[in-house]
Design a protein around this ligand. Structure first.
Ligand code: SAM
Length: 242
């Protein structure tokens, strides 16, 4: 049977009993057809990964007993993704793929040409949890409430480099920028909406010493493709794809 991994909230230590939520009960009981006594693995973003035995699994109640630890908690590379909200399928894809690609935080940012300002944080978090369970991550990226790009920039900690994905010819090729970057510096990317950044936003970003324009080449990518390409390049040069 395929290994079943669940992200849980409770503390993980041998013999602890952890309650399951209704979605988890439904998944284990009705989708995977598991029963008390069956074994799954669990993680919570703090305590590593453990085997767990299902103790109780009824329609309304489920809990597991934590047994042996399989993995110690590791630290995720410190890379954030900021992106302009997109339509539902694309934004769901961003939550899923950015989680697989190891982003530690997902921040929707409203920009001048953003077409969708409604962001369902709970749905994106559910997508991120599912992706973390599937890909073997020991943590789930935090999905933040959408904020105005200006507000995020004005409150930025300058110790974190902000790479903004820029289609202009003056932007530095991404691999060159990362090759000379200090690999221990916390990093973030901001990707514009379908309509790109406005001239005012470009000027605002260009004035910030912590912000660097980077290019993904001469082809104009869809915003979600740019998110994944930037994260993949960063992981291979600065992150944990070693
Ligand atoms: N016509 C838009 C413009 O003027 O920017 C194109 C926007 S593109 C569909 C969406 C976003 O993806 C851009 O704002 C940029 O952040 C990023 N992007 C797409 N292709 C890129 C490339 N080749 N280099 C750097 N960033 C890119």
């Amino acid at each position: 049977m395929a290994k079943i991994r669940l992200f849980v909230q409770g503390d993980l230590a041998s013999k602890n009993i952890v309650e399951l939520n209704f979605q988890q009960i439904h998944y284990l009981r009705n989708v995977m057809r598991l029963n008390p006594g069956d074994t799954i693995t669990v993680f919570n973003g703090r305590d590593g990964e453990y085997h767990a035995n299902i103790q109780e699994l009824t329609k309304n109640k489920g809990n597991i007993s934590i047994s042996a630890q399989i993995k110690e908690q590791d630290s995720c590379p410190d890379v954030w993704l900021l992106f302009a909200p997109l339509k539902r399928d694309c934004i769901d894809l961003i939550a899923e793929k950015a989680t697989e690609l190891g982003a530690s935080s997902l921040q929707p940012v409203n920009t001048r040409y953003t077409i969708t300002t409604r962001v369902n944080v709970d749905r994106l978090t559910a997508n991120a949890i599912e992706a973390a369970e599937q890909c073997g991550r020991l943590s789930v990226p935090e999905v933040k409430e959408a904020r105005a790009l200006e507000s995020v920039i004005y409150n930025w900690n300058p110790a974190r480099t902000l790479y903004y994905l820029d289609i202009s010819e003056t932007a530095e090729p991404i691999a060159e920028a990362f090759a000379k970057a200090d690999k221990n510096t916390p990093s973030a990317f901001v990707v514009g909406p379908e309509g790109g950044f406005s001239e005012d936003e470009r000027v605002m970003l260009a004035k910030c010493a912590f912000a660097k324009p980077i290019s993904l080449g001469k082809r104009i990518l869809r915003a979600e493709t740019a998110c994944f390409a930037a994260l993949a390049c960063w992981q291979s040069i600065c992150g944990d794809w070693k």
